[in-house]
Design a protein around this ligand. Structure first.
Ligand SMILES: [Zn+2]
Length: 131
């Protein structure tokens, strides 16, 4: 049985392990794979940005605000997507989309918060100080 080219699907003769009939088909195929990966990343970024925008809408002026979960869902919030999490000493885990985050509090209510904007002081361990 002849192999077919992964890109143009033309039957190929010769070596059975060949995937493409030509360099051109290999390039076209690989470029498309890369752009699929880029699309995927772009879609994820869009979801994260939309989430952030929704959190922004629900916390006017960056103030902490408690809203019903439905408010976020209505606006198209994706609960599965966030950039990072932060667990407090109390053991609450906030989920953040960039600088804005949220914490489920009680009965389907969600507290929307802004992450403290002070950049975290990088502590230089003494052994890394030049002598
Ligand atoms: Zn081909």
């Amino acid at each position: 049985m002849n192999q077919i080219c992964l890109d143009c699907a033309m039957p190929m003769h010769g070596r059975q392990d060949k995937k493409f009939c030509s360099d051109q088909c290999r390039n076209t195929y690989n470029n498309r794979q890369n752009s699929d990966a880029n699309n995927h990343i772009r879609n994820l970024n869009n979801i994260l940005r939309r989430n952030r925008r929704i959190l922004h809408l629900l916390s006017p002026g960056g103030k902490t605000n408690t809203v019903h979960r439905k408010k976020l869902e209505e606006k198209g919030f994706h609960f599965g997507y966030h950039t990072h999490t932060l667990t407090t000493r109390k053991g609450d885990t906030y989920k953040f989309c960039y600088d804005l985050g949220y914490l489920p509090v009680h009965d389907n209510f969600i507290m929307v918060v802004r992450e403290k904007t002070q950049p975290q002081q990088e502590k230089t361990p003494p052994e890394f100080l030049s002598t």
